[in-house]
Design a protein around this ligand. Structure first.
Ligand code: FES
Length: 366
């Protein structure tokens, strides 16, 4: 009889598993990983081709994603997945190479600084070799080249230069006509990341004004101030891009505001998870309306973590507010944005689960 056929039973079980999966990759990947990492569906396999030392604590990893990878735009990020002692870790990094390079030879680069105590970045620096296969997500992020031609000002700090390298080289290749300025803050000259690329850009692109500021070369630290911004011609008309440590970005946003540059003319991205600014009271009953699950919120946990506690499997990417992949509809209740401290309205709206902390009872369409 068919029903007692073990093969048929197995296929039925497999079908049920897949049917119940919102994301079949989450089911298949753990099964195929030990057999051949190139079969992973949740991430695109990408092979390490080369490793280039940029500074004492920063390396550029040249990767070749498999053909199914869908590409990227300058200024975007990817999630990178690595297996360390049998445990998979995923981190977000920005792409430092250009889409033109990928179109030409199929390679991309990630320029990564060792983070003090950082498990993944230190492991990558110490263990990655040419030939290793890593997992790559689709590219995401809206830190992109402008849609119209206008004067630009980039302000970068440390490894915040990585998406900006990609943007600058793309603009130059596309013969961007308006003036472009970069204020790049590094501790010392030895900490300049992408030095060759930046100085070569300055050589061949007359519209490009590069200023490298050494913040810790003298006994007195140097901070971004009016003495730097006043050197940028026509600063008030510039569209501004910021990427660097939170302190530098906050300072830059404040100063640019004083120059009359409105928030919608300032584009910001993070190169590592920014520290939450919200530490106030939180909590309440969270109802996930589609699944019928409920969980009591506590400890300032964001909704993504709470949903996972309730054994739900919501979509996510960066887990730090950049990629918008965790967007969901809140149908009632109030949440706080853990990065900005901004409180939502009580009604229906789209929220990012990874940075939304409930303040009282909340209902989410999940
Ligand atoms: S997971 Fe990327 S914004 Fe929430």
């Amino acid at each position: 009889m068919l029903s007692s056929n073990p093969i048929k039973k197995s296929l039925n079980w497999l079908g049920r598993q897949l049917f119940n999966q919102e994301n079949p990759a989450a089911f298949f990947d753990p099964l195929v990983t030990p057999i051949n990492p190139l079969w992973i569906r949740g991430f695109t396999p990408a092979q390490v081709q080369d490793i280039i030392t940029e500074t004492a604590d920063t390396k550029t990893f040249v990767l070749k994603p498999s053909n199914r990878w869908s590409g990227f735009e300058a200024g975007q990020h990817v999630n990178l997945s690595v297996d360390i002692d049998g445990v998979r870790y995923t981190r977000t990094f920005s792409l430092s190479s250009t889409p033109a390079r990928w179109a030409e030879d199929g390679t991309i680069t990630l320029t990564i600084k060792r983070l003090p105590g950082g498990l993944v970045t230190n492991w990558m620096h110490d263990n990655l070799k040419a030939g290793t296969v890593l997992g790559l997500s689709k590219a995401f992020g809206d830190f992109l080249v402008p849609t119209s031609v206008e004067p630009l000002l980039f302000i970068a700090g440390g490894s915040g230069i990585t998406p900006i390298l990609s943007l600058l080289e793309t603009l130059e290749k596309d013969h961007y006509r308006a003036p472009v300025a970069l204020l790049y803050f590094v501790r010392t000259q030895a900490d300049v990341i992408g030095a060759e690329r930046l100085y070569a850009l300055r050589q061949r692109w007359p519209a490009f004004n590069l200023q490298v500021v050494h913040s810790q070369e003298d006994s007195k630290p140097v901070y971004l101030g009016e003495q730097h911004l006043d050197t940028i011609p026509g600063i008030k008309a510039r569209l501004c891009y910021l990427c660097g440590p939170k302190g530098l970005m906050d300072l830059a946003s404040d100063l640019l505001g004083k120059y009359g540059i409105s928030d919608d003319r300032i584009r910001v991205t993070f190169f590592s998870a920014p520290a939450p600014v919200f530490t106030g009271e939180s909590g309440g009953l969270v109802t996930f309306s589609r699944s019928g699950k409920e969980v009591e919120a506590d400890d300032g946990k964001a909704l993504l973590e709470l949903a996972e506690t309730a054994k739900l499997n919501p979509k996510y990417g960066c887990r730090m507010g950049i990629c918008h992949q965790c967007k969901c509809t809140k149908t009632s209740g109030t949440v706080v944005n853990s990065l900005t401290g901004k409180v939502s309205s009580p009604g229906e709206e789209q929220i990012q689960l990874c940075i939304s902390v409930p303040q009282g009872p909340v209902t989410i369409e999940l």
